[in-house]
Write a protein of this length. Structure first.
Ligand code: TYD
Length: 211
């Protein structure tokens, strides 16, 4: 695919959504076509699934059922939004992708990694070219996340221990895979954005050199 596929990951409140917007603005200012999208969601069908998984009681779904719902949403997002944008040669920035399922469903509530990986291999397969992991102490992240207005708090309601497991899981995954870069998210947004650009700019040059 001619495009560039970037994903942003991290615990709740890590600031990745703000960084996604800043990155998209900068890329557009430099003349790149950008699709900024998010999971769960990013296509009309997947946005409907988003409401099912992010609202309501923490015990509304088991981790196994969540794996199916998040993967169904991802498949639709891939078919309707991500693949077409990459085929047009755009930079796709997604706020969360498969690593979120690997962590939030695969490791935070028992070991369901094998189930997540098998379903990913069957239904999704693709991985981003680059994944930025915004790393932050969960006490800071949860305070930021729960201060926001809104009703999408099902995962925040799972508590600090859950977020701590998620942080450790993300860091362990990042250490195993070359496509990850870990970014310290406990800094001013402009400083974090500068770090993000240091990681993204070389990818743009590589892509330009290939075409
Ligand atoms: P998000 O909208 O990124 O929330 P925030 O902006 O607060 O970080 O993600 C919503 C929640 O969905 C988040 O708590 C993590 C959860 N999630 C999963 O558990 N599995 C997944 O596969 C995805 C994509 C998200």
């Amino acid at each position: 695919m001619p495009g560039l596929f970037l994903s942003l990951e991290g615990i709740d409140g890590s600031g990745k959504s703000t960084q996604g917007r800043l990155l998209a603005d900068r890329l557009r200012a430099e003349g790149h076509a950008v699709t900024l999208t998010r999971e769960p969601g990013g296509s009309p069908g997947a946005e409907e699934i988003r409401r099912l998984v992010l609202e309501g009681a923490t015990d509304r779904w088991s981790a196994e059922t969540e794996i199916l719902l998040f993967t169904a949403a991802r498949r639709d997002h891939l078919e309707k939004t991500i693949r077409p944008a990459l085929a047009r040669g755009e930079v796709v920035i997604t706020d969360r992708f498969a690593d979120s399922t690997r962590i939030f469903q695969g490791v935070t509530r028992g070991d369901l990694s094998e189930m997540v990986d098998r379903l990913h291999a069957l239904m999704i397969e693709v991985e981003p070219d680059l994944t930025l992991l915004f790393d932050l102490d969960p006490t800071v992240g949860l305070a930021r996340a729960t201060a926001r207005p809104g009703t999408e708090l099902r995962f925040e309601d799972m508590g600090l221990d859950f977020q701590q497991k998620a942080r450790a899981g993300f860091l362990a995954l990042a250490a195993r895979q070359d496509r990850f870069r870990v970014i310290d998210a406990d800094a001013a947004p402009e400083a974090v954005a500068t770090r993000v650009w240091q990681e993204v700019a070389p990818r743009l040059s590589e892509r330009a050199a290939r075409s």
